[in-house]
Design a protein around this ligand. Structure first.
Ligand code: KIV
Ligand code: NA
Length: 263
């Protein structure tokens, strides 16, 4: 396939074809996911949990995300690479730019940054300086202490309206896509309809422009209870390649997420 760029995503969005994203942390999985047709590889700060065994994303550093980004870039051929800005790396627009530039130099095509309208100036500063930005709204895990746990966000009408307004403000500031995490399906739909760039949902319902999961979750690497929005794509498969292809197919044909994965 041709290299996936911002233009590719815009074209998929326009023809309402669902966009597929998975987290990825190394070269081997990057080459396999690329081969399976995943459009976006996300070096999530979830690497703190799934690679480092920490109990939140908060301790992850910019150097660590840059290292994994370089590993992914080495294995990837055509997918778009998005890297997370870790907690504490975007206190000001200038600091955000310096840190984001490290991720771009490591091979990312876009950076993802968690939060609402307080990021307006930062997102404008980055995008004016040629660093594409993915927003992240709803359950933003770097805010776990402020939320008092990993809780579904946007359940009241007031919170829902704030999230919709955040998306509009950050789109106007230059964000080119958004991850929406753990919000009611109805709100995922409302945000998606309120803006004119793609939304990538994780526990945000079937009406988002695409979907994302943490690879270790969808490959069922850890036994035990998962978040509601996770589906085990190894079920019925004998290879990891089969599971990743099943994920791509299920997102594309709209069978994932189903009602049981939504809030
Ligand atoms: O860090 C991560 O894996 C993420 C996804 C869950 C969207 O931000
Ligand atoms: Na993240």
């Amino acid at each position: 396939r041709k290299t996936v760029t911002g233009n590719t995503l815009a074209a998929l969005y326009k023809k309402q074809e669902k966009i597929t994203m998975l987290t990825c942390y190394d070269a081997s999985f990057a080459s396999l996911m690329d081969l399976c047709g995943v459009e976006i590889l996300l070096i999530g700060d979830s690497l703190g949990m799934v690679c480092q065994g920490k109990d939140s994303t908060l301790p992850v550093s910019i150097e660590e995300v840059a290292y994994h980004t370089e590993c992914v870039a080495n294995g990837n051929k055509t997918a778009m690479i998005v890297a997370d800005m870790p907690f504490g790396t975007y206190p000001t627009p200038e600091a955000a730019y310096e840190n984001a530039a490290e991720l771009i130099k490591a091979g990312a095509h876009m950076v993802k940054i968690e939060g609402g309208r307080w990021l307006e100036d930062t997102i404008r500063f980055l995008t004016e300086r040629a660093i594409p930005v993915c927003g992240h709204l709803g359950l933003t895990p770097q805010s776990v202490h402020q939320f008092g746990g990993y809780r579904v966000q946007g359940k009241t009408e007031e919170d829902a309206e704030r999230i919709i307004e955040d998306a509009k403000i950050l789109q106007d500031a230059g964000a080119s896509i958004f991850v929406l995490e753990a919000i009611p399906s109805q709100l995922g739909k409302r945000v998606t309809e309120a803006i004119s760039v793609p939304t990538i949902g994780i526990g945000a319902g079937p009406d988002c422009s695409g979907q994302v999961l943490v690879m270790h979750d969808m490959l069922n690497v850890y036994p035990g209870k998962k978040a509601r929005f996770v589906r085990n794509f190894m079920e019925g498969q004998t290879t990891i390649e089969g599971a990743i292809k099943a994920y791509v197919a299920a997102v594309k044909d709209g069978t994932f997420p189903a009602e049981e994965h939504c809030f």
